[in-house]
Design a binder for this molecule. Structure first.
Ligand code: FE
Ligand code: CA
Length: 531
């Protein structure tokens, strides 16, 4: 057994001589995903030597929240887990104190050819979460990983690195958002492993902060969450879902956030219910940001009080650059009131901001320095102008920050960005639009793909009217407010094909998924056409 377990040096040799096909890896991944779904922790893998191990002292089920990986670059990826044997109990069921966690990265799902391994401390301070930078990996390759602690072995999952800088490899990514536990199951996520994605992008509303609703399909387990313990508990609930765990186990994720990771429609340090709750809000946001960081596989240092910069760039060789945006932490308060309504002076006020000055500057440079064929803006709220009936604006969307949108689109043009693709969540409806600056009835600057929700509902009583109003907008090509799911994007040098993969219903744990519509963006031509 010792002979089977290579050290870093010998496995590097194995790496250069092995040409494992995507198909072979997927077989392993399917096993890993199935093992995760079935809760078989590590039983399919090579036994992890336990020589000299002390008597177990921690409760069983340390890896109940699964494992995840994210933010790949050409030679490394972030590996995540959190020790929580009783995710809904205080402290996740962990006794006080830190714990040591071992990790392994291998070429094979049986861990015979180990590439990298190490130890990391799961600190009680950070909810016993770990974020390992598994580095020294080869570009553009698939790997398997697992953790061990106190004699318990985690589920096995797979991940991959990004291609080398100059590579022109194709990429298949899924993007999704809005997974309110109370309004549906993660039916769509159960289908994600079969899509064979290279990457999954989550655009926010990973959790919802609301209190338990008696009428919910599957109610939350607490009142509205406010404290760090509350937010950790909510992630414990959501991340216990086997379909969500399986989706994390199949590929690395790139994650950003929207409002519900903290509170509906908050902006900067302003809660929805201001000024009444404003004094308490920094502490609430600090708790929410910390719990988010503890539960996401992100290449980011931990938050400092209520601050956590998360905007960042993820490159996929020369094929795609993902500009990961944060449209909540720095934005000005919504203009013209909170709800749908007519325009007002504040809506177009140039002193108001969506990204904040520093993030605007970063995005300008990120666009300018991009050498990618496709520049994907991982965004939250709808960017396409959508005055319903020609007159009613949603002040929470980019429409409510019209001058900031003009600045962004000017930057896209100035950077010479040929293929700007904005991917968006938030509205719990699917859509395809062309990004054109308001009032400039001029050129298309990019394409917007709006994904529906994984589970969050769209009021059935409003579906027909919403589809009629949105579908009538000049720059909207297609809309569907009825179905839940995700979008699968197949990206090559010549085109980006977006398939809207929607389930029949998210009101049951299992339901068939299908491509309801497919849109092609041709390189050099903003706007999508039906495939
Ligand atoms: Fe949402
Ligand atoms: Ca939202």
């Amino acid at each position: 057994m010792v002979g089977d377990t290579g050290q870093g040096g010998s496995s590097t040799t194995a790496a250069s001589t092995t040409t494992t096909s995507r198909r072979q890896l997927l077989t392993g991944a399917a096993v890993a995903a199935a093992a995760t779904t079935l809760g078989l922790t590590g039983s399919a893998g090579q036994a992890w030597a336990t020589v000299g191990h002390a008597r177990p002292r921690l409760p069983a089920g340390l890896f109940a929240l699964g494992v995840a990986s994210g933010d790949p670059d050409p030679d490394s990826v972030i590996l995540w887990t959190r020790l929580a044997p009783a995710p809904l109990a205080a402290g996740g069921g962990m006794p006080p104190g830190d714990a040591t966690v071992e990790w392994e990265v291998a070429h094979d799902d049986r861990f015979r050819r180990i590439v990298r391994k190490g130890r990391v401390t799961a600190r009680a301070r950070w909810g016993h979460s770990v974020h390992v930078t598994a580095d020294g990996l080869k570009p553009g390759r698939w790997y398997f990983y697992r953790f061990r602690c106190d004699g318990q072995v985690s589920p096995v999952a797979r991940t991959r690195t990004a291609p080398r800088k100059a590579a022109t490899d194709d990429v298949r990514f899924l993007f999704a958002s809005c997974q309110n536990w109370q309004s549906g199951f993660y039916t769509a996520w159960a289908h994600a492993p079969a899509e064979e994605p290279d990457l999954v992008v989550h655009l926010g509303d990973y959790i919802y902060e609301g209190g338990a609703s008696a009428s919910a399909l599957r109610p939350h387990n607490s009142p509205e969450i406010v404290t760090l313990a509350d937010y950790r508990n909510r992630y414990g609930l959501y991340k216990g879902d086997p379909a969500l765990q399986a989706a994390h186990a199949v590929a690395p994720w790139v994650v950003t956030w929207d409002d519900h990771e903290v509170e509906n429609n908050y902006t900067d340090l302003q809660p929805q219910n201001h000024p009444a709750e404003t004094p308490a809000f920094p502490a609430r946001r600090a708790a929410a940001y910390q719990a988010w960081w503890e539960h996401m596989p992100v290449r980011l240092p931990p938050p400092v009080a209520e601050k956590l910069p998360i905007y960042r760039t993820v490159d996929w060789g020369r094929m795609a650059r993902f500009h990961v945006l944060d449209t909540r932490q720095y934005r000005s308060d919504q203009a013209c009131g909170e709800g749908l309504g007519p325009t007002c002076d504040a809506r177009t006020d140039p002193t108001r901001t969506m990204l904040g000055t520093a993030q605007e500057r970063w995005l300008r440079r990120s666009l300018k320095h991009s050498r990618a064929t496709w520049d994907v803006l991982a965004n939250q709220v709808v960017m396409t102008s959508m005055p319903l009936g020609g007159a009613l604006y949603n002040p929470d969307q980019w429409d409510g920050y019209a001058a900031a949108r003009t600045r962004l689109l000017d930057d896209v043009r100035a950077a010479g960005t040929e293929n700007a693709v904005v991917i968006t969540g938030d509205i719990h409806a699917s859509g395809v639009g062309t990004v054109v600056d308001e009032g400039l009835n001029a050129e298309a600057v990019g394409t917007e793909l709006v994904g529906t929700s994984i589970s969050s509902s769209f009021d059935p009583a409003l579906v027909d009217a919403a589809e009629q109003l949105i579908g009538a907008l000049p720059h909207v090509e297609w809309v569907n407010a009825r179905q839940r799911g995700y979008v699968r994007c197949d990206v090559t040098a010549g085109e980006l094909v977006a398939q809207y993969r929607l389930v029949e219903t998210a009101l049951q744990p299992m339901s068939p998924i299908s491509t309801v519509t497919s849109w092609t963006i041709t390189s050099g031509q903003p706007g999508a056409l039906p495939t």
